[in-house]
Write a protein that binds this ligand. Structure first.
Ligand code: XIL
Length: 299
């Protein structure tokens, strides 16, 4: 096959990218994005601050722009993200306790209701665990509403759109031996044992000096899949874009039947949230990097 999406589809998977709505007027950008990818994640446009800028007043203008571009071009959409400590609107940052808990529930219902039946996977909860050796939850206003906030988010999400796969998504959870990975594993295991509705785990896979790609990522993916959830690589970028690491991640996903697909976090290096890392598959001028060929060959 000659594109990432078509090559991934040979094994029933997708190869996606984050799309920035503000770049959809750049034809060099949309030409590559449309040609190579068959799944789309809105880079920012479906986040809490974008979709509910004032409490109870939803705005889907930016989200729908990305959604419509994706669907009109034949792509599936990953929803990102419903409950997160970051990119909260000011009104939500100011809430706490039962008021915040109810606002979280209302937010999930509002956004999932708007996109009901249209989203393949939703990142229901994003980045709830702390970095470092503690294995603890991250402190946040949501966490301070009670440790059950994550399962409440998932139960709310299941009722709001029963057709969507419901994912927990996090970063620095690719290395199997990391405390953060083990903490996330124990949560998913507990959810499955108690019947909390969770369908998938997203591994952001932002690899860099602090979180290097390690070959035990395959063990991580296999271990979570063995709990009875799908897995996905949701925000892949790798500092310096070494071909070996990009091929490694691709092969790791292909080795796990429950790995749904891979999403890279941007199209060209100049589109990346970390452009100084040159972490993506295309140069700023649109040409394919060596890592592109490594991924395509591995698929
Ligand atoms: C990033 C976007 O790429 C940036 O444009 C934005 O300024 C901040 O958020 N983990 C996530 C993504 O789940 O939503 C983040 O995206 C990158 C880290």
């Amino acid at each position: 096959e000659s594109t990432l999406g078509a090559a991934a589809a040979q094994s029933g998977r997708y190869f996606g990218t984050a799309i920035a709505g503000g770049r959809l007027g750049d034809s060099a950008y949309t030409t590559i994005a449309n040609r190579e990818f068959n799944s789309v994640t809105a880079e920012n446009e479906m986040k809490i601050d974008a979709t509910e800028p004032q409490r109870g007043q939803f705005n889907f203008t930016a989200g729908d722009r990305v959604y419509n571009w994706a669907v009109q071009n034949g792509k599936q959409v990953r929803g990102h993200t419903l409950a997160w400590h970051s990119q909260q609107p000011a009104w939500m940052q100011a809430l706490s306790g039962s008021t915040l808990r109810q606002a979280m529930i209302s937010h999930i219902n509002g956004v999932m209701g708007h996109y009901k039946g249209k989203i393949a996977q939703w990142d229901v909860v994003n980045e709830a665990f702390a970095d470092g050796p503690s294995g603890a939850r991250r402190d946040s206003n949501l966490q301070r509403t009670g440790n059950d906030w994550i399962e409440v988010a998932f139960r709310t999400a299941r009722a709001a759109d029963p057709a969507a796969k419901l994912c927990y998504n996090d970063y620095n959870v690719e290395n199997w031996t990391a405390a953060k990975t083990q903490a996330m594993y124990n949560m998913v295991k507990d959810f499955k044992q108690r019947g909390v509705p969770i369908d998938c785990v997203g591994f952001q896979s932002h690899f860099n000096e602090g979180n290097p790609y390690h070959s035990n990522f395959r063990t991580t993916l296999q271990s979570f899949a063995a709990l009875g959830v799908d897995v996905a690589v949701t925000e892949l970028d790798i500092q310096g874009a070494p071909s070996s690491a990009y091929a490694g991640v691709t092969n790791d996903c292909l080795a796990v039947p429950r790995c749904l697909g891979i999403t890279v976090w941007g199209v060209r290096d100049t589109d990346s949230w970390r452009p100084e890392h040159t972490p993506l598959l295309f140069q700023g001028n649109g040409s394919k990097k060596p890592a592109y060929d490594a991924v395509l060959n591995a698929l």
